[in-house]
Design a protein around this ligand. Structure first.
Ligand code: ARG
Length: 578
């Protein structure tokens, strides 16, 4: 209800002056009411008590009385326990609603004009994607959609781990398997097993280790046969990643891939630029930088390793090259990294180093967007049924399969292809919503029953609310073009409640964009759906009274549109039947 602040502050300002409180800025002391049953906005009057030598209750009483004279047509003021509460009038709500209906993007202003790079998903080649990559993919994709809707130019980047010393052992493993007559595509059919076996040869076999070392050198020098092997690893891994992306329906494409290999040619110049500025020092043969006061476990200064003793570069070096590329070549203003919380210190150090080195300037922001773990029902790490690591593809397929049983159950008459498509929307939507609905920094428990339920804070609940609205509109004969009333009247409490929740949608999108927090949208969509539920229960839509019928159908359509837009921002489908 941010729109209400301006007209209320205009009324509040002269009242403050009259009461001898001219020093207070009327706009900044008004905030949203924490208890919505008291009003839409609240002004705590405790801050005036000492100045006026009166109790907060007396002050709130007096201010409410003075304000009510001038708030007519907008809101009413009341005094509750030392707070001055403001409640919008239904006329005011009705007018805002009419504006929202006319607005091209459901009231969300496209007023941000930054260029933002969102670094997300970023799995590692020849390694299974883990649930952390799933979270990064789902959260990152939603942030891209939200930032785009706000008007920003958004560049997606999939910073895959496709370079570095592990590739020596991975290529040698591929060679060994092929000499045993195993096709590369079969060798990489299960990335988890492939990586595990490569690592175990590397750890146990001196001869293999030596071959792997030589392979790294060959890779660094661009040896043709080695590069071909590397390509093979990348392509076969991507055929797996792409399957996951396809099921998830994310925006990421091949063109968004900017792996570590992309930055490799730029690493030498990173070292040069740091060196020119005298920022490098030697630490037992390695070239390092000390960007701040970080300490290691022994309490000694913690270095950021730029170049190892053997001449190899580090993860941090690659991230510095990546910052230069994003700010200098792409002209990005804001850098957003959707990566697990365990890399917090890495990003803090890299960002600090980039500031000191002049790769990031005042006009740039860089943000690590961390997220918590996905837990199994036992509170430990999420595991597969056999106790091993989860294969993401299996997880997503299971979601669809479970949803398809539910869809068939509800709609015995649906064709198999309809069921398939709706089950995909519901199953994937359920996984995404359960990942997005809570503050992303928190861990969450992966629970099939709960996430697929049509009740509660779930994806299917919102999708169902949307589908139900579509069917109500179809039954009303409204179809695609719903007639809007000349003016809403909002005669009942259920209608004003729904109006309030709808009007809060643009605020939720703004907050989600500024806090990089998709759960703000989840929460608001849930509130809208609940308000719609009680509206639909109490306010018959298909009634005789022409003008009220038009108004109610229009409210249904507006709710449906907002739910669809909101779900889109979360990357969740909104099927019209389910
Ligand atoms: N590939 C890394 C991992 O799996 C994540 C990369 C994140 N992006 C970055 N610019 N460092 O942990």
């Amino acid at each position: 209800m941010r729109d209400l602040i301006k007209p209320v502050s205009e009324v509040l300002e002269p009242v403050l002056i009259e009461m001898g409180l001219a020093d207070f800025d009327s706009k900044s002391i008004i905030g949203p009411a924490t208890d919505k049953s008291h009003g839409d906005l609240a002004i705590p009057c405790h801050q005036f008590a000492r100045i006026l030598k009166k109790s907060p209750v007396e002050i709130a009483d007096e201010a409410a009385e003075k304000m009510n004279e001038h708030l007519k047509g907008i809101a009413s003021a009341s005094s509750v326990a030392g707070f001055l509460n403001i409640t919008a009038e239904s006329r005011w709500l009705a007018d805002r609603l009419s504006e929202l209906v006319e607005h091209p993007t459901n009231g969300v202003e496209r007023n941000s004009t930054r260029t933002v790079v969102v670094d997300y998903s970023s799995p590692n080649i020849a390694k299974e994607m883990h649930v952390g990559h799933l979270r990064s993919t789902v959260i990152g994709d939603s942030l891209v959609r939200i930032l785009e809707m706000k008007g920003n130019t958004v560049i997606r980047e999939n910073h895959v781990g496709d370079w570095g010393t592990p590739f020596g052992m991975l290529i040698e493993r591929l060679e060994d398997l092929e000499s045993e007559g195993i096709q590369p595509s079969d060798a990489l059919a299960d990335l988890g097993i492939f990586y595990r076996d490569a690592r175990s040869s590397f750890d146990s076999d001196e001869n293999f280790r030596e071959r792997a070392r030589r392979r790294v050198v060959a890779l660094q020098s661009g040896d043709e046969a080695t590069m071909a092997r590397w390509r093979q690893l990348v392509d076969l891994s991507f055929s797996y990643f792409d399957e996951v992306y396809e099921l998830l329906g994310v925006l990421l494409t091949k063109d968004d891939v900017r792996g570590e290999s992309f930055y490799d040619p730029l690493l030498a110049s990173v070292v040069e630029r740091l060196d020119e500025r005298g920022l490098l020092s030697n630490n037992s043969g390695a070239e390092v930088m000390y960007p701040g006061d970080w300490l290691n476990r022994e309490g000694n200064p913690l270095p950021l390793i730029i170049r190892k003793g053997d001449g190899g570069y580090n993860y941090a070096t690659s991230d510095l090259a990546c910052i230069i590329d994003r700010t200098e070549r792409l002209g990005a203003h804001d850098l957003v990294y959707v990566v697990g919380a365990e890399q917090k210190q890495h990003f803090q150090m890299v960002f600090a180093a980039a500031r000191i080195a002049g790769f990031l300037h005042e006009e740039h922001t860089s943000k690590h967007v961390p997220f918590g773990l996905v837990l199994g029902s036992d509170g430990g790490k999420l595991k597969s049924r056999s106790g091993g690591a989860i294969r993401l593809l299996d997880l997503l397929r299971e979601a669809i399969q479970r949803a398809s049983a539910a869809v068939l159950n509800r709609n015995p008459d649906m064709t198999p292809s309809e069921i398939e498509s709706i089950a995909k929307s519901i199953g994937i939507g359920a996984v995404k919503y359960s990942d997005l609905k809570a503050d992303r920094t928190k861990d969450y428990v992966f629970d099939w029953e709960r996430m697929l339920s049509f009740e509660g804070e779930t994806g299917p609940y919102l999708q169902y609310a949307h589908a139900r609205i579509r069917s109500i509109i179809a039954k009303s004969g409204g179809g695609a073009s719903v007639e809007n009333p000349a003016r809403y009247t909002l005669p009942s409490n259920e209608e004003t409640r729904l109006a309030r929740e709808i009007l809060a949608f643009p605020d939720a999108v703004d907050t989600a964009a500024s806090e990089l927090a998709p759960h703000r949208i989840c929460k608001q969509l849930h509130r809208i759906s609940q308000a719609f539920g009680s509206f639909y229960e109490h306010c018959p839509v298909l009634i005789e009274d022409d003008s009220l019928r038009v108004e109610r159908i229009s409210l249904c359509a507006l709710t449906g549109d907002i739910l669809k837009t909101g779900l889109e921002l979360l990357g969740i489908d909104a099927p019209s039947r389910m």
